[in-house]
Design a protein around this ligand. Structure first.
Ligand code: GLA
Ligand code: ZN
Length: 545
């Protein structure tokens, strides 16, 4: 069975609407709805007051209607009473502005009061609904992503750093603090990367992203352990994007089902959806994943191709944000399955038709022969304050390669087992720790075909330059990075390479090597020295892989 449905926020509507909702859901083929994501203030109107009666009735109506529930913990949006009692649990920006409620996601995951309040509401929900027939899945929190720079975070960061780097000498070494007089002599001097005068230290910034990801993961795990009184699987919805401080490859090991939200931002929405879907499958251990949210399309004709793109790539469910369009509030104009104009509308008709079609399908098992390496830590490193060239977009470049390889491609982190693929493409792998080096070499030695590009392996896991680190693998020496001068058009980056064992397959008009091929162990490595808008000519053909 394929899950079909979306976010349902009945607390925004009078009870008389609920019965109609269930009736319409049945008409639309909906079989799963996510309930309670932003209902904390309704569930716990005051610190010592809980109100679950309304949720009992909602779950009862849904259960009676045969509709499953993905029950959320509401911790992404603490109520105003919480702020009033615990101002220290509100997030602080890098500029040291303490935020207040008024939107959502306004919390610091490292604040003890917030952690305690989250555990409490989760315990209440778990105790009440663990055995409920309608509950099929737990949805912890929503789109983890708030970065905070407060003093609680500073304390957490220090102990995270001590675990990672040992002592201050280790930290100073890892962060190259000899540069600009940043040597730390006392842990109290180590701070989150708050606003500073000029460029920050890339290693400091990268470690902070890693720390925030781990701190949020600890928050998720504390809720997951409470929810384990229930037999239903536990997950959280991953949101994708350069600002997100979540290492999804790491998190994917801790969710019972990988679930993503996908909101393409370009007109080429199907290519973006395919890339998101292939990433979700790459994170999932068994290839099964759920599309937890996407937007009902403005053009109803887009609903079907969008859904099929996900389903063909192993999605076990197609869910929308949201069921009924909100009358007021910050997202009152966000599209919905039941828009303000009601069910007698093109969008409701299109999604109902899709619901009927999806009901006849089962999740597909996908076997890809090609993989694209996509690494969120590398994406973060590409946001470093100082790079050889600006204007390179890691995410967009990976998407271009994904499209160039074509068909269904597993998009995997560098830690994934690569042996099963005939082709592995790793664009712009700027950040390459020792484990990544080993994985790439083992793959090629074992007979794989690897495509690497310029700007790869330039730094280690601490953003320290590692010149020549890939030379043996690519069979060439990268002698300099030729970057466009102001006003110059054409390439954004060209590596000047001297072949040392590799064959040159393509050259620039003035004779510089552009594409190299090198035999290594039982396999082959290709190295593309520049960025191509369409990288297809640099890929080996199917027959030669
Ligand atoms: C995210 C959130 C939803 C909603 C949608 C709007 O996916 O989880 O609550 O804000 O975006 O696109
Ligand atoms: Zn904080």
């Amino acid at each position: 069975m394929i899950h079909f449905g979306g976010d349902y926020n009945p607390e925004q509507w009078p009870e008389k609407v609920w019965a109609e909702d269930v009736e319409l859901m049945r008409r639309a083929g909906v079989n799963l709805v996510t309930v309670g994501v932003f209902a904390w203030a309704r569930l716990q109107p005051a610190p010592e007051e809980f109100d679950f009666g309304w949720l009992d009735r909602v779950l009862g109506l849904l259960g009676d209607g045969g509709i499953g529930v993905c029950l959320a913990t509401p911790t992404a949006s603490p109520p105003p009473w919480f702020t009033r009692l615990h101002p220290d649990a509100m997030p602080v920006t890098a500029d040291r502005v303490r935020l207040t409620h008024g939107s959502r996601d306004t919390y610091c995951v490292n604040a003890p009061a917030y952690r305690a309040a989250c555990a409490r509401i989760t315990r209440e929900l778990a105790a009440r609904y663990a055995g409920h027939d309608a509950v099929r899945l737990w949805h912890v929190h929503n789109e983890y992503g708030t970065t905070c720079y407060c003093d609680h975070c500073a304390a957490g960061f220090r102990s995270w750093l001590a675990d990672r780097h040992g002592d201050l000498a280790g930290l100073n070494e890892a962060w190259s603090t000899a540069f600009w007089s940043q040597g730390y002599g006392d842990w109290a001097e180590v701070l989150p990367p708050r606003a500073t005068q000029y460029l920050g230290n890339p290693a400091h910034l990268l470690d902070y992203r890693r720390f925030v990801s781990d701190a949020m993961l600890a928050h998720y795990l504390s809720q997951r352990s409470i929810l384990r009184v229930s037999d239903a699987p536990v997950t959280t919805n991953f949101v994708l994007g350069g600002w997100v401080p979540v290492d999804h490859a790491r998190w994917a090991r801790e969710v019972d089902l990988v679930a993503i939200d996908d909101y393409p931002s370009s007109v080429d929405h199907l290519a973006e959806r395919a890339f998101a879907a292939d990433r979700a499958r790459g994170w999932a251990r068994d290839g099964r994943w759920l599309l937890m949210e996407h937007a009902p399309p403005i053009d109803p004709a887009q609903a079907r191709p969008a859904a099929l793109t996900y389903l063909d790539r192993g999605a076990t469910g197609i869910m929308y944000f949201q069921w009924r369009q909100s009358r007021g509030g910050a997202e009152q104009w966000h599209p919905a399955i039941v828009p303000h104009q009601g069910p007698d509308t093109p969008v409701f008709a299109a999604i109902s038709a899709l619901g009927a079609e999806v009901a006849g399908r089962a999740p597909v098992t996908v076997t890809a022969t090609a993989a694209l390496i996509y690494d969120e830590q590398t994406m973060w490193a590409w946001q470093s304050p100082h790079l050889p060239a600006g204007g390179l977009d890691y995410e967009a470049t990976c998407r271009r390669w994904h499209q160039a390889i074509g068909g269904i491609v597993d998009v995997v982190p560098p830690s994934a087992p690569l042996g099963r693929y005939r082709l592995v493409v790793a664009p712009l792998l700027y950040l390459l720790p020792a484990a990544g080096h080993r994985a790439l070499r083992d793959y090629v030695r074992g007979g794989g075909t690897l495509v690497l590009t310029f700007a790869s392996g330039l730094v280690d896991g601490c953003c320290r330059a590692t010149p020549g680190a890939l030379d043996d693998l690519i069979g060439a020496r990268v002698v300099r990075h030729v970057l466009p001068q102001p006003g110059e058009t054409g390439h954004r980056w060209l590596d000047d390479v001297e072949p040392a064992g590799a064959t040159v397959l393509m050259r620039t008009p003035d004779g510089r090597p552009l594409l190299l091929e090198h035999r290594y162990g039982a396999g082959v490595v290709r190295y593309l020295a520049t960025d191509l808008d369409d990288p297809r000519p640099s890929l080996p053909t199917n027959e030669t892989r």
